[in-house]
Design a protein around this ligand. Structure first.
Ligand code: NAD
Length: 345
């Protein structure tokens, strides 16, 4: 098949080319994001391969369909950026990578947590400047603290395992409690989790239910000095509300790997440009906020799995044989082909 790979970076080319054994498919790499302005580049291709910040709304899908694409191979687990109803109407197939390395993301959430707690990012800069003062670097023991996990799927459960290893009490909220959850995880209603947790980590998908789950009402229920971590999706957090929470001191530490308006920022080198997103720039001024640019997935193991599953999905679509991780519209089927419980419109 001829596949147009959008938002491709040098590392995508390396891993996808390696997984495309014997050059079975023709992969054309475009570093641009897929949007209504760039969709014309897919003309004549059988399908597109897209990442998390590519636009796959109805208008873009229609443009892709008209120019010959019948397959959208997502290099991500999340599919909140795809208009599944439009895809179903057009008869386009959407496939994804349901699990590439949940360990990568869970471990990155822990990296944010530890760095924020002990302020290692501040210490790094200080020591390089010959400043060995400890003022402002005071952390807390994790042992005995209460950690709340929102979303106990693959990533949330691994994160809970790691934090339990630090001696933390584990609370969780999930509308679909996971039968694989270990006995040390106590499921509680969301308000209980908000009011009892010292650290809250978000591992739910972005859905209409989770959009701005962390808003001013939620923050008001939390403990003073709470640490909030988001490695899920940016729009689960209302940025204005967390800025207010940081200014008031209610939020003690904030770690973000994802951001509401990240489509305009992340994955690009903007160091020579003026960043016009005032809300994002305000976040970067807080000493107790640590932001990474959607890198939680970024491990060798994850990129290998993403590339291999993506190529296997394309093989299966072309041959009509083998496992294909298809995402179905919730109105057409109660769950997606992987049995995921996250299908929504
Ligand atoms: P998963 O599907 O295994 O688990 C998601 C869990 O969230 C499920 O148990 C589901 O029941 C639960 N959930 C659904 N609605 C909820 C709600 N309203 N409140 C609380 N929980 C809810 O997914 P996963 O592989 O664990 O990934 C979780 C999320 O992490 C993904 O949806 C994606 O948005 C994000 N992610 C981020 C990165 C990154 O690099 N930062 C990488 C991969 C995934």
């Amino acid at each position: 098949m001829r596949i147009a790979v959008f938002s491709s970076k040098p590392y995508d080319r390396i891993f996808l080319t390696r997984a495309n054994t014997a050059g079975k498919h023709t992969l054309s790499f475009f570093d641009t994001r897929l949007t209504a302005d760039t969709a014309f580049m897919a003309k004549g291709f059988d399908g597109v391969c897209a990442f998390v910040n590519d636009c796959l709304d109805a208008a873009v899908l229609e443009m892709l369909y008209k120019s010959g694409s019948r397959l959208v191979a997502l290099r991500s687990a999340g599919f909140n950026h795809v208009d599944l109803a439009a895809a179903a109407r057009l008869g386009m197939t959407i496939v994804r990578v349901p699990a590439y390395s949940p360990h990568a993301v869970a471990e990155h959430a822990v990296a944010l947590l530890l760095s924020l707690n002990r302020m290692t990012y501040r210490a790094y800069n200080r020591v390089r400047e010959g400043n060995f003062s400890l003022d402002g670097l005071l952390g807390f023991d994790l042992n005995g603290k209460t950690v709340g996990v929102v979303g106990t799927g693959q990533i949330g459960l691994i994160f809970a395992d790691i934090m339990h290893g630090f001696g933390c009490q584990m609370l969780a909220y999930d509308p679909f409690p996971n039968s694989d959850a270990k006995p040390f995880i106590k499921y509680v209603p969301l308000p209980t989790l908000f009011s009892k947790a010292d650290i809250i980590s978000l591992h739910c998908p972005l859905t209409p239910d989770t959009h701005h789950l962390i808003n001013s009402d939620a923050i008001a229920q939390m403990k003073a000095g709470v640490m909030i971590l988001n490695t899920g999706r940016g729009r689960v957090v209302d940025t204005q509300a967390v800025i207010a929470g940081l200014k008031s001191g209610k939020i003690g530490r904030l770690g973000l790997d994802v951001y509401e308006e990240e489509e305009q920022l992340f994955f690009e080198d903007l160091s020579e440009q003026v960043i016009s997103d005032d809300q994002f720039m305000r976040l970067t001024t807080f000493h107790n906020v640590l932001i990474t640019g959607h890198q939680a997935f970024f491990t060798t193991e994850a990129l290998t799995n993403i590339a291999e599953t993506t190529l296997a999905n394309i093989d299966a679509f072309e041959s009509g044989e083998g496992a294909m991780h298809q995402v179905l519209n919730a109105k057409c089927a109660p769950q997606d082909a992987d049995g995921a419980r996250t299908a929504f419109e």
